[in-house]
Design a protein around this ligand. Structure first.
Ligand code: FES
Length: 104
């Protein structure tokens, strides 16, 4: 396991999300009611950045065609998106948010 810090916990308030470049991957980090989740930022339907969409509870809506995903599981929950997002396990420690670079 090679944990890499991608943000500080105070950077993201509940209901917010941000894109973080980690090595060669664009990771979307979400704060859902005080819990943090991370997925690929790239929509599985076509080329779009999910963090440029909207976050409503645990559901992110793609800005391009309105596909929706549950960021807790990566599951596609609304067409035209049907393939799940890649998810990353999030570790919170020492005021930071970390993911395992080996998962990228
Ligand atoms: S690119 Fe995201 S729903 Fe089409």
């Amino acid at each position: 396991m090679a944990l890499v810090k991608i943000a500080s916990v105070d950077e993201l308030q509940p209901g917010q999300m941000k894109r973080v470049r980690v090595e060669d991957a664009d990771v979307a980090l979400y704060n859902v009611g005080g819990r943090f989740y991370a997925t690929s930022d790239l929509c599985t339907h076509a080329v779009a950045s999910l963090t440029e969409g909207t976050l409503d509870g645990p559901v992110v809506t793609c800005p391009k065609h309105g596909g929706r995903f549950d960021v807790r599981t990566g599951a596609a929950v609304h067409l035209p998106a049907f393939s799940p997002l890649r998810t990353y396990e999030v570790h919170v420690r020492d005021g930071g948010i970390w993911i395992d670079a080996d998962d990228l």
